[in-house]
Design a protein around this ligand. Structure first.
Ligand SMILES: [Zn+2]
Length: 412
């Protein structure tokens, strides 16, 4: 299935903000930019919250019907593999095949030979690329020993889905963003070659980029390095995609893409320069709007949010462990639970809300709340009743966050 040029991942952990999220995309539409929503939720998030993929499908369908959304929309089985995909087959029409765990598995030597025989050649020197892509035996063998087994596995997962869903009824993303090291543009080229050989009609690909993409906070790293790499990646996709027979419009996907304010101008500029599309995933940024709004909604909400913070401090290792590689929390910068309990609701809200110019904003507190959604799930109706009670204020914050801080700077 061909994806629209611009797609935007809107994970929604608790499933209450579908309409508020869709309103942000409608605002983009009213400014002349068509961005299609993709409701994404991973197996890990379903397990931590206790939801089923069908609930996400229901949320998406209901939001679309209620607001009369006419353009395409998708429901993403985020970060699935052969073990977890089955649960998502019915509800999803977008599958993010995650093969990062298989990077570095030793491939079959005969398969490496076939790859070399098929793809070895003169260096590729696409216009604008910062350095040519070398395609000698050594380069291809080195890439194969990192990525070939993983891409063969992506092929296996794709065929598993394709034998169970009608052809053309779903879109495929392949992700390696949770690998331990970033992939270079030259490696990206060879990964695409491997996927093409496996017959995977990849519509978006999510490499691990240089720098840190931490949850719910700004990019950390060299913006100059990111700029060079991102532009090289765009050129590789644009030139190599058609040459390798991959689907038209193949595009990059940026995971943990919310709140990366310092690189949005770079992404915006380079997409326009090369006329390329983009998929960008956000998820926890919506939950953070919920908890910040709840904290500021009155005494009951303030107590609940301060209580979640106290639990998160007490169960720090447990709540941070699943996200350890995408967090950068300096624990010395975390106020004590006692101190947070003494704050009024507005003060607590300001610590969480991602306004970098606000002196009360604390990225460490924000990241801890980001991974503490599990504790809100444990609070059950105490939390969800407050969401319903303050539906309008929460929804406004969710829409404004996605439109003002994300879609507008990325696409306008
Ligand atoms: Zn990811």
């Amino acid at each position: 299935m061909k994806l629209p040029k611009f797609t935007f991942g809107i994970g929604d952990r608790f499933g209450h903000q579908g309409k508020a999220q869709l309103r942000a995309l409608m605002k983009a539409g009213s400014h002349g930019i068509e961005v299609s929503p993709v409701w994404n939720k991973s197996n890990r998030e379903h397990n931590l919250i206790g939801t089923e993929p069908s609930s996400l499908r229901q949320e998406a369908d209901e939001a679309v019907a209620a607001l009369g959304w006419k353009a395409p929309y998708f429901v993403d089985a985020d970060h699935i593999n052969l073990k977890t995909v089955d649960r998502f087959l019915e509800a999803s029409d977008f599958f993010t095949i995650d093969v990062a765990d298989s990077i570095g598995k030793q491939p079959d030597p005969a398969a490496v030979e076939r790859l070399v025989a098929k793809h070895a050649g003169e260096p590729l020197n696409y216009p604008g690329l910062s350095k040519p892509i070398l395609r000698g035996r050594n380069e291809i063998s080195a890439a194969a020993s990192k990525f070939l087994a993983a891409m063969q596995e992506a092929g296996e997962v794709y065929r598993h889905i394709a034998t169970r869903k009608p052809a053309g009824s779903f879109a495929v993303e392949v992700s390696t963003d949770e690998a331990s090291a970033p992939q270079t543009p030259a490696e990206l080229y060879l990964i695409l070659a491997m996927l093409a050989d496996e017959g995977v009609p990849v519509a978006t690909i999510a490499p691990k980029f240089t720098g840190q993409f931490n949850k719910g906070v700004d990019y950390e790293g060299s913006i100059a390095d990111f700029t060079r790499e991102f532009e090289d990646d765009l050129i590789v996709l644009k030139q190599a995609g058609p040459a390798l027979g991959l689907p038209e419009g193949l595009k990059l996907s940026i995971h943990s893409g919310s709140d990366k304010f310092s690189i949005y101008p770079v992404i915006n500029h380079l997409m326009k320069k090369h006329g390329t599309g983009l998929h960008l995933k956000t998820a926890g940024t919506t939950w953070l709007e919920e908890i910040a709004a709840i904290a500021g909604s009155g005494e009951e909400g303030r107590t609940l949010a301060a209580g979640i913070y106290a639990d998160a401090i007490a169960r720090y290792d447990e709540v941070t462990a699943p996200y350890a590689t995408v967090l950068h929390i300096d624990r010395t910068q975390l106020p004590s639970a006692l101190e947070i309990a003494s704050w009024d609701g507005a003060r607590l809200s300001r610590a969480i809300i991602h306004e970098q110019s606000c002196p009360d904003f604390n990225p460490h507190v924000r990241q801890l709340f980001h991974v503490a959604f599990k504790l809100a799930a444990e609070a059950g109706p105490k939390f969800t009743d407050l969401l319903k009670e303050h539906d309008e204020a929460v929804g406004k914050a969710v829409t404004a966050n996605l439109w003002d801080r994300h879609l507008n700077p990325l696409f306008l």
